[in-house]
Design a protein around this ligand. Structure first.
Ligand SMILES: [Cu+2]
Length: 335
C-alpha cells in the first residue's frame, strides 16, 4: 500500500520533468520514429487546430448572442427574425463540406500508403498469445522481443493463437488488430535506432496490461550480427538445460510459470518434475517426460486442479528438440 502511494507520488513529482522533456520534442505526441509519423502527425495537427478554431469561434459567438439578444424587460416582445438567409446557409454547407473532403483525402491517402507495403520488405512473422509475443525471422530464429534494422521496410505477418490482440508501437504510429485464425499485415520503416515500447491494445484477459515487449531498431550493420547470435541454439555448444532455460525465457512460458516456487497463472516449475498431483475432473498425474510433452502440445488434454485452462498450445511452435530441452530444464529444477 505504502509502496503504491510512494510510486504514485513519484510519478506525480516527475510530471513537470516529463512535460519539459516532451515539450522539447512534441507536446502531444510520442517521438516520431517511422516514415509514417510526419504525415500522420500533420493530419492530427490539422484536425486538432481546426477543432480548436471552431470551438473558440462558436463559444465566442454564443456568448455574444447571449448578451446581444437578451430579453431586457419581462414583457419585451420577440424581435422579428428572418426565417432563412440563403448566403449564410450556402456558406455553412459548402465550407464544412470542403474541409471534410480535404480531411478525407489526407486520411485516405495515408491509409492507402500504410496498407500497401512496398516491394522487397523484410518479413517477420508475429505470433501473439496470452500474454506474450513471438517473432520469427526468415532464417527461423525466434525471439520474444522485436528486432529490426534501421531504414528498412519491415512487413509483419501477424496471427494469434488464442484471442484478439493488437500490435501497437506509438513511436512508429502503427497499430493493427491480430485475429485468431487469420493473418493481418502491417508494415513500417524505422528511422532512428533505439528501444521502443510495443504493447497489446486489445483487452485480452487478466495480464493484458503486462503484454509488453521492446522493439529494438538496430544501427546499420547491427542487425545481422544480432540475428546470427540468436539463431540456432543447438550449434552453440550449450547444454540441453541451458537451451531449455533460454526457451523458457523467450517463448512465453515465463509469463505464467515462475521458477521461484510462487504459483502464478500456471504452477511454478520449481520442484514440479516428478511430483504427482490432482487433475480437474478427478484422477492424478505424475509429471514425467510424456506428461510435460502433452502439457506443451495439448494443454487442454489434462488440467491441473486449481488452474484455469488458459495455456496456449505450442503445437508447431516448438520442435521435438525444443520440448526435450524444456524437459531437461524442468528436470534441473525438479525436487
Ligand atoms: Cu493481448
Amino acid at each position: 500500500m505504502i509502496d503504491v502511494l510512494a510510486s504514485i507520488l513519484q510519478r506525480v513529482i516527475s510530471i513537470p520533468a516529463g512535460i519539459a522533456a516532451a515539450a522539447s520534442e512534441r507536446v502531444w505526441l510520442p517521438r516520431s520514429v517511422s516514415t509514417f509519423a510526419g504525415d500522420i502527425d500533420f493530419a492530427w495537427d490539422v484536425v486538432f487546430w481546426l477543432s480548436v478554431f471552431f470551438f473558440v469561434l462558436i463559444t465566442l459567438i454564443t456568448v455574444y448572442f447571449m448578451f446581444r439578444y437578451k430579453r431586457r424587460t419581462p414583457d419585451q416582445e420577440a424581435l422579428p427574425a428572418p426565417d432563412h438567409h440563403l448566403p449564410i446557409e450556402i456558406a455553412w454547407s459548402v465550407l464544412p463540406l470542403g474541409i471534410v473532403v480535404v480531411l478525407f483525402w489526407q486520411g485516405f491517402a495515408q491509409y492507402v500508403n500504410m496498407a500497401t507495403p512496398p516491394q522487397d520488405t523484410y518479413e517477420i512473422q508475429v505470433s501473439a498469445m496470452k500474454w506474450s509475443w513471438l517473432f520469427t525471422y526468415p532464417n527461423g530464429a525466434v525471439t520474444n522481443e522485436l528486432h529490426v534494422p534501421i531504414d528498412t521496410p519491415i512487413e509483419l505477418v501477424m496471427t494469434s493463437s488464442d484471442v484478439l490482440h493488437a500490435f501497437f508501437v506509438p513511436e512508429f504510429r502503427v497499430k493493427k488488430d491480430i485475429v485468431p485464425g487469420r493473418y493481418s499485415n502491417l508494415w513500417f520503416e524505422a528511422t532512428e535506432a533505439g528501444d521502443y515500447d510495443l504493447m497489446c491494445t486489445e483487452y485480452c484477459g487478466k495480464d493484458h496490461s503486462a503484454m509488453l515487449a521492446k522493439v529494438t531498431v538496430h544501427e546499420p550493420g547491427g542487425f545481422e550480427p544480432w540475428l546470427k547470435e540468436e539463431s540456432d541454439y543447438y550449434n552453440k555448444g550449450w547444454s540441453m538445460e541451458e537451451i531449455g532455460e533460454k526457451l523458457y525465457n523467450t517463448r512465453g512460458c515465463k509469463t505464467c510459470h515462475s521458477v521461484d516456487g510462487v504459483n502464478g497463472t500456471g504452477p511454478t516449475f520449481l520442484g514440479l518434475y516428478g511430483i504427482e498431483h490432482a487433475l480437474v475432473g478427478g484422477g492424478t498425474a505424475v509429471v514425467d517426460e510424456n506428461y510435460v510433452r502433452e502439457s506443451i502440445l495439448e494443454p487442454q488434454a489434462t488440467i491441473v486442479a486449481g488452474y484455469d485452462p488458459v495455456m496456449p498450445t505450442y503445437q508447431g511452435r516448438l520442435s521435438e528438440q525444443d520440448i526435450s530441452a524444456l524437459i531437461a530444464y524442468l528436470k534441473s529444477l525438479g525436487n
